[in-house]
Design a binder for this molecule. Structure first.
Ligand SMILES: C[S@@+](CC[C@H](N)C(=O)[O-])C[C@H]1O[C@@H](n2cnc3c(N)ncnc32)[C@H](O)[C@@H]1O
Length: 196
């Protein structure tokens, strides 16, 4: 197989191409809202949320419709345009922003909760550390950041609870993790609480 075509997307240009395909959600989205996210909302009752790597924006659109001031960012402008179109029919829409999760200086926090379904595992270790600093800056002290990540990342890194605990050690505590077969693949949910 031609290696050029077998590699998963990693740059915004590559994701733009993928998001130009109408049924892209079949590749990695799940139509259902993750119960881990709905439970977080039920427990924490956030007034505001920030989603990193929102893709087509389904989860933040769901949160906005619960009355939460939802912001969502993705570096693919094609994804963000589609997210805005998808949410246009709702009265309460998230604020969809084009931006790189390693540098979110245009976004002002703090948010009550933040979450990421499938973005962190797209990053290399240097970018992951920038992401951690941005989440730290944007999340309220004591706020929870929820992540779903593949155990084996597209860049062939092994992600697991000790790795996530170490990645987030500057400013967060990994309070829980759970093995998951979401989208059939081996993966984990991670609950990280920002230090007060
Ligand atoms: C596997 S997709 C998941 C999308 C969405 N969360 C979902 O579950 O349908 C990963 C998303 O992360 C975004 N992404 C990857 N690296 C990013 C970065 N550095 N900054 C912002 N978004 C990024 C991609 O554009 C893509 O939308």
């Amino acid at each position: 197989m031609n290696e050029k075509h077998s590699k998963p997307p990693s740059t915004s240009e590559q994701f733009n191409k993928v998001y130009s395909f109408p049924y892209v959600h079949w590749l990695w989205s799940d139509i259902r809202i993750p119960k881990e996210l709905t439970e977080l909302v039920k427990t924490k009752k956030p007034k505001s949320s920030l989603e990193l790597g929102c893709g087509l924006g389904r989860y933040s659109t769901f949160l906005a419709n619960q009355g939460i001031r939802a912001s969502a960012v993705d570096f693919s402008f094609v994804a963000i345009e589609r997210a805005r179109t998808n949410s246009a029919k709702y009265e309460n829409k998230p604020e969809f922003l084009v931006g790189d999760v390693t540098n979110l200086e245009t976004i002002k926090g703090p948010f009550d909760i933040s979450f990421d379904v499938g973005c962190f595992h797209c990053l290399n270790e240097v970018s992951q550390q920038k992401y951690v600093s941005e989440v730290y800056r944007l999340l309220k002290p004591g706020g929870t950041h929820l992540i779903w990540a593949l155990d084996s990342s597209p860049g062939e890194m092994n992600l697991n609870p000790p790795f996530l605990a170490k990645s987030f050690e500057k400013g967060f505590l990994l309070v829980d993790s759970m093995f998951s077969r979401r989208r059939i693949v081996a993966s984990h949910w991670y609950w990280l609480v920002r230090n007060k």
